[in-house]
Design a binder for this molecule. Structure first.
Ligand SMILES: Cc1cc2nc3c(=O)[nH]c(=O)nc-3n(C[C@H](O)[C@H](O)[C@H](O)COP(=O)(O)O)c2cc1C
Ligand code: SF4
Length: 668
């Protein structure tokens, strides 16, 4: 990023304050609500929660949306717990508890001390109860309970109660969540609202529920809080509203005079387009919905637009070009809570960008870990979920030493960065001509180039911090020993797994997916991708080949390719394969490769199947740790401070590798 302009004038609008109803937002950068699960005490706004979300205020974001409040519902007695807890949200009904409100007060104080505003999102989900008995979305297989007037009255009052509680705790604003999978959304949606009473009808009639909620909230809190709504700018579902219809609805909602802000995004919770857009999507791809709202609404109503904006320069452009008045930069703040201050100070190159991997939302929503144990995760920011550990343990090294790191993948890079930040002299040896390891391999796949941002960030940081980075470096036992390290961190990564049990695995037309992505091998026209992994690697390899015009068929070990991919990304990923007519064969495990055919066994029945006519066989079998250097030094015993990190220990994902590298570097 280069510019001769002084930093303060480059972001003239981004860092200018905005009056939104009764609250003055000190700048235009918003942490929109994100239920990352930062609380370690069942949804109370405890120290970890404060450290996580307030870090963004301290880092310069003007608006802190933290995590959504799930409001009470008129559930029948003994309704199952799952409806009561909610996912990626603060627990059902907590807002009624004085102990909770006390923690909210402490949180608001901390946000205010950092000169930001605290806005709480108030939510009723619609999967159990909705305007009409219509499934929330195709992937859901149950019909929600249709609300009667008494229930509706109960629910409307909960918004007013919660707003009052928020106000009493010191909040600056409340946002009625009317987007995504929420109950107000079910009233706004023509696909979901089939009512013929006063709550249903045409676009204007369908706003009745939201208008009534706003009225009731205003009656309770008056103008003392900024009040707004979050809406989905267009409903990507059959029979749903398009942006024109949403414009009509928001125009009429604006006319009520009850709104201070409109927070608009695009997408739903189950795929393409997703409101947590993965790396495949363009930055601010749906910015036009912001502009439409900005055009339609009275200027006294602030428009907040969100959707894969991770760059302050883009944020400034969106503001200057009239797309919005406030910019949601939520994952940008998870990846680097200090990015606003860095931008303000002209330290653009130091910003660690969100790479759009969706690990954060995936873990928040799909986690099977009990939420008292679960930690939020970010692939690039090791502090996320470990805030208290960092607060307690991150200190300059008492006794600066020479630390040698072998391997420049996610774990090695982060180990080198943190060790050097703490004052150690660091040498990093990487055998390849470029840094990144598996980050680099992943970045070769279509739609994953954002992964390179993390490599650039690390490269720049290591250079600025004076780390001696040696590329194409030999890092065998003798070479490393010659460097006389006080501490050695072996981050030598992993190598693609070769399934030795498969007959014919050595045939010349059998290649590895990693080599395909790096264009280190060529394949024929008809390619079989054999998949033994459940995340992004298989679809990435298949799409890479399909984009070259190859005929690709994927044979997957289990029920669905990409089964571990989060619900916000999966439709995009599989949709791209569908677009290239990639053929899927689930539940098959490879037994033998013959020159003319492939033999499989069913994952369920043990029956045998064979397929023929493939020119190439591409293996995606995960990887095997390469800890040989560590093993040698361990045996030798000459280096006391010896560590094995990342995939060289256990091949997992970027977040685990990043955290492992960081934590080891904190220990030295
Ligand atoms: C972990 C996580 C949890 C989220 N939870 C909510 C939520 O509870 N309510 C909501 O309206 N949006 C939620 N979102 C969506 C964000 O508010 C935001 O719209 C989305 O991340 C896209 O913006 P970004 O590209 O700036 O991250 C969540 C996002 C993340 C990453
Ligand atoms: S986990 Fe991935 S998507 Fe989420 S903030 Fe971190 S880099 Fe961005």
């Amino acid at each position: 990023m280069t510019s001769n302009q002084p930093p303060s004038t480059r972001f003239e609008t981004l860092f200018s304050p905005l009056q939104v109803g009764s609250m003055t937002v000190p700048n235009r950068i918003c942490e929109t609500t994100n239920g990352i699960g930062a609380s370690a005490s069942g949804g109370f706004l405890d120290e970890r929660f404060i450290e996580h979300h307030v870090a963004k205020a301290r880092g310069g974001a003007g608006w802190i949306g933290s995590e959504t409040w799930i409001l009470n519902s008129p559930l029948p007695p003994q309704a199952p717990d799952e409806f009561n807890t909610g996912v990626a949200a603060l627990r059902y009904g907590l807002y009624q508890m004085p102990e909770f409100i006390e923690t909210v007060g402490r949180f608001c104080d901390e946000v205010h001390k950092a000169n930001s505003v605290a806005v709480f999102q108030l939510t009723h989900l619609n999967f159990a109860m909705a305007a009409s008995p219509v499934p929330v979305a195709d992937p859901y297989d149950w019909i929600p309970h249709e609300l009667d007037d008494q229930m509706i009255e109960f629910i409307i009052n909960t918004y007013a109660d919660a707003a009052q509680q928020a106000k009493s705790a010191g909040a600056d604003g409340v946002e009625i969540h009317c987007a995504h999978e929420t109950l107000p959304h079910s009233f706004l949606s023509p696909a979901m609202n089939k009512r013929s009473d006063r709550w249903g009808g045409d676009a204007r009639a369908r706003i009745a529920f939201v208008a009534e909620v706003l009225e009731r909230v205003r009656n309770r809190v008056g103008d003392s809080l900024a009040v707004g709504i979050r809406v989905n700018g267009e409903e990507s579902r059959q029979g749903g509203y398009d942006n024109m219809e949403m414009r009509e609805m928001t125009y009429h909602l604006g006319e009520t005079g009850l709104l201070d802000f409109l927070n608009v995004d695009v997408g739903h919770c189950w795929g393409d387009h997703s409101y947590v857009p993965p790396s495949y999507h363009g930055h601010a791809q749906y910015r036009d919905v912001g502009k439409a709202a900005r055009t339609d609404l009275d200027k006294s109503i602030a428009v907040l637009f969100t959707g894969r904006i991770n760059d302050p320069v883009l944020a400034e452009e969106l503001l200057q070009d009239g797309y919005c008045d406030l910019v949601g930069m939520t994952r940008a703040g998870i990846a680097d809570p200090d990015f606003p201050n860095k931008a303000k100070q002209g330290r653009m190159i130091e910003i660690r960008r969100c790479i759009g991997c969706n690990r954060c939302i995936g873990d928040a929503v799909h986690s099977k870990t009990p939420d008292m144990v679960r930690r939020p995760m970010c692939s690039v920011n090791p502090v996320v979920g470990n805030e208290l550990k960092w607060k307690a343990e991150y200190t300059p090294a008492e006794n600066p030493q020479h630390v040698v790191v072998v391997g420049g993948g996610a774990a090695g890079l982060e180990a080198a960065r943190i060790a050097s930040l703490r004052g150690h002299r660091v040498t990093l040896l990487e055998q390849n001509k470029q840094l990144g390891g598996q980050l680099y391999i992943a970045s070769r796949a279509p739609g994953r180039d954002a992964f390179e941002d993390q490599i650039y960030y690390q490269e720049n940081q290591l250079q600025r911090q004076g780390v001696d980075v040696q590329l194409g470096a030999r890092a065998d036992f003798e070479a490393v020993k010659a460097l006389r390290p006080d501490a050695l961190i072996v981050a030598s990564g992993s190598i693609p797994r070769v399934p030795a049990e498969v007959e014919g695995i050595d045939l010349p037309h059998v290649v590895q997916g990693w080599d395909v992505l790096q264009s280190a091998v060529t394949t024929g026209e008809r390619v079989a991708v054999i998949s033994q992994e459940d995340y992004f690697e298989t679809p990435n390899v298949a799409e890479f080949l399909a984009q070259q015009g190859k005929q690709v068929e994927v044979f997957h070990k289990w029920t669905q390719v990409g089964a571990d991919i989060d619900r916000y990304s999966i439709s995009t990923v599989l949709g791209r394969l569908e677009q290239y007519a990639v053929k899927m064969h689930p539940n098959l495990r490879l037994r033998a490769i013959k020159p003319e055919r492939l033999e499989f066994v069913s994952a369920h029945t043990g029956r045998h199947y064979s397929f023929d006519g493939f020119d190439s066989v591409v293996l995606v079998y995960g990887s095997t740790p390469d800890s040989s250097l560590y093993d040698e030094f361990k045996k030798d015993g000459s280096i006391e401070k010896l560590y094995l990190v990342g995939s060289a220990w256990v091949p997992r994902r970027i977040a685990e590798a990043t955290q492992h590298g960081a934590h080891v570097a904190m220990e030295i």
